[in-house]
Design a protein around this ligand. Structure first.
Ligand SMILES: CC(C)(COP(=O)(O)OP(=O)(O)OC[C@H]1O[C@@H](n2cnc3c(N)ncnc32)[C@H](O[C@H]2O[C@H](COP(=O)(O)OP(=O)(O)OP(=O)(O)O)[C@@H](O)[C@H]2O)[C@@H]1O)[C@@H](O)C(=O)NCCC(=O)NCCS
Ligand SMILES: Nc1ncnc2[nH]cnc12
Length: 291
């Protein structure tokens, strides 16, 4: 396997994700979804501005020799903080990829580290083992002082932790992104059908079905939205998903409902980005002719 350019793969993952449509409530080339401050061009600005950050994350993974993987994450975090500022500068203050700066930054550093420091051929499992090593104790450490924080300064993730005990993206990441590894990747590699948009759209809905998306909870103002979201994903697959006209119509109607209710699935979009990054690394998303 030739050496990979991790930053190029990361940027392509960000760009592929925004092209997939129609993702309910999210930005795609056809619609800005339930977002009033961004469109597909904003995502291109953001993705391209973030490439140097992913290159730096890959360099860190290659040059960091620490067997103590939490120190690799500790070295990555300040780069992520700066990358968030780069993103806001590129988008004129709009949050396009805050979640991906965190999650994809971790995955890129982990992939590069594993590729450099482990003698065995690179696998998803070996990359994820590195992710888990890097993030051991993250959730407990990040939420330790949250109860005494100024309520006005709490992030959505912190508020949901205090209110519901949900660990959000931190818990998902510390566990090694199970929605990606246990559901999205096996589906995309072994079961998804049709052209690349159809395969990625169905994979997105698989993610939706297996994620408690903190972004949609924030927008709805209640976690009671989650079973409804999961029921929508189940109904979509009962209709045949992107393979059937009924499935496609269902998703178009669902997108309209999300827009009308100002709902968005930003967390699930981030997990699709991670899935796409991994399939690009292992070349599991070839062009497929549809009939
Ligand atoms: C650990 C951090 C992710 C910080 O967490 P924080 O507590 O600040 O934020 P969270 O609310 O927990 O989530 C941050 C973003 O992560 C995405 N996300 C949320 N849940 C999940 C999930 N279950 N799985 C995957 N990803 C998840 C989500 O990002 C996406 O949504 C954003 C768009 O949302 P939107 O509502 O439109 O945007 P807003 O402007 O926020 O709201 P509106 O005003 O429009 O309503 C978009 O960014 C997507 O990417 C959450 O937004 C990490 O950031 C961190 O550690 N930060 C500190 C600095 C740092 O260290 N950074 C780099 C680390 S390498
Ligand atoms: N396509 C998209 N629309 C809105 N928020 C997102 N966060 C990541 N991808 C997104």
């Amino acid at each position: 396997m030739p050496r990979r350019d991790w930053a190029v793969l990361a940027e392509r993952a960000l760009l592929y994700e925004v092209l997939v449509n129609p993702k309910p409530g999210l930005v795609d080339p056809v619609s800005a979804g339930a977002h009033r401050d961004m469109d597909v061009f904003t995502f291109v600005d953001s993705a391209t501005a973030l490439r140097p950050y992913f290159a730096a994350a890959a360099t860190l993974g290659r040059t960091d020799t620490a067997e103590n993987l939490p120190t690799l994450f500790a070295a990555l975090r300040p780069l992520g903080v700066t990358a968030e500022q780069t993103m806001f500068a590129a988008t004129k203050g709009v949050n396009t990829h805050k979640g991906a700066v965190f999650s994809l930054g971790v995955l890129v550093a982990a992939a590069s580290w594993t590729d450099t420091h482990r003698p065995e051929p690179l696998t998803v499992a070996s990359i994820i083992a590195t992710v888990r090593g890097m993030l051991k104790g993250l959730t407990a450490a990040d939420f330790a002082g949250v109860a005494s924080k100024d309520p006005a300064a709490l992030t959505a993730g912190e508020r949901e932790y205090l209110h519901y005990g949900f660990t959000g993206i931190r818990g998902e990441a510390e566990a090694g992104f199970p929605a990606v590894t246990d559901w999205a990747l096996p589906f995309l590699r072994d079961q998804a059908q049709g052209d690349r948009n159809a395969r990625l759209l169905d994979t997105f809905m698989v993610i939706v079905a297996h994620t408690r998306d903190s972004n949609v909870i924030k927008r709805a103002g209640t976690a009671a939205i989650v079973p409804w979201v999961h029921a929508q994903a189940a109904a979509y697959f009962r209709l045949g998903g992107a393979q059937t006209a009924a499935g496609r119509q269902f998703l178009t109607d669902l997108d309209a409902q999300f827009i009308a209710r100002h709902l968005s699935l930003g967390g699930s979009a981030d997990l699709l980005i991670l899935t796409i990054f991994l399939v690009l690394v292992f070349d599991w998303l070839p062009f497929a002719q549809t009939d």
